[in-house]
Design a binder for this molecule. Structure first.
Ligand SMILES: [Zn+2]
Length: 191
């Protein structure tokens, strides 16, 4: 039987779990899909990068099959990159939902609440996570929150992120990219 792998198990709304999976989905998409990140060409994905992504949504140690993530992760990046073209993104995400056989299933550990997961019984860990991430992105596409998806405005950074500011003004994926851009602008002014 599948063991619940959620970071947060008790006293939390189901949507919060999906929110963590959405954060992880975007992180995984960036690891495989962004040509440049934070000012330099993206490093080839490795096991540690995948572990870092999964830690965003689970406390459990998960076996890593790096190559099994590649196609689905790139598809997530391509889908998210299409926004605000929601129709185009939907076609890619629906395809990934089908290919990963995303299947809502209630599971639980003893003493815990029933919890909704999307890995079909019998699929590999990687396929199960891709099903979970595709579902989280599908929920995003079905909401006005899809308008919050941004590409980092810094040079040589193609990371995608969700603008979390109230007035929708976030331009950079990270303070590192923000600072890098400020320094470059200052240098340009004083050159
Ligand atoms: Zn950036």
């Amino acid at each position: 039987m599948a063991v619940c792998s959620c970071r947060i198990l008790v006293g939390v709304e189901p949507t919060e779990h999906l929110q963590a999976s959405l954060t992880a989905a975007i992180a995984l998409a960036n690891v495989f899909g962004a040509p440049a990140r934070h000012g330099r060409p993206a490093a080839p994905p490795d096991d540690e990068a995948i572990r870092g992504v999964l830690r965003l949504t689970t406390n459990r140690t998960v076996p890593i099959e790096l190559h099994e993530y590649e196609t689905g992760a790139r598809q997530l990046y391509d889908a998210l990159s299409l926004l605000p073209d929601v129709d185009g993104a939907v076609a890619l995400v629906n395809d990934l939902l089908r290919r990963t056989q995303a299947t809502p299933q209630l599971t639980r550990e003893p003493g815990q609440l029933w919890h909704l997961h999307f890995a079909a019984p019998g699929v590999s860990a990687a396929t199960g996570w891709l099903a979970e991430f595709a579902t989280a992105v599908a929920m995003l596409l079905g909401s006005h929150d899809s308008e919050r998806l941004r590409r980092c405005a810094a040079s040589r950074c193609d990371d995608l992120f969700l603008d979390s500011t109230r007035n929708r003004t976030q331009r950079f994926c990270s303070t590192a990219c923000q600072n890098r851009t400020k320094v470059a602008a200052h240098r340009a002014r004083t050159a």
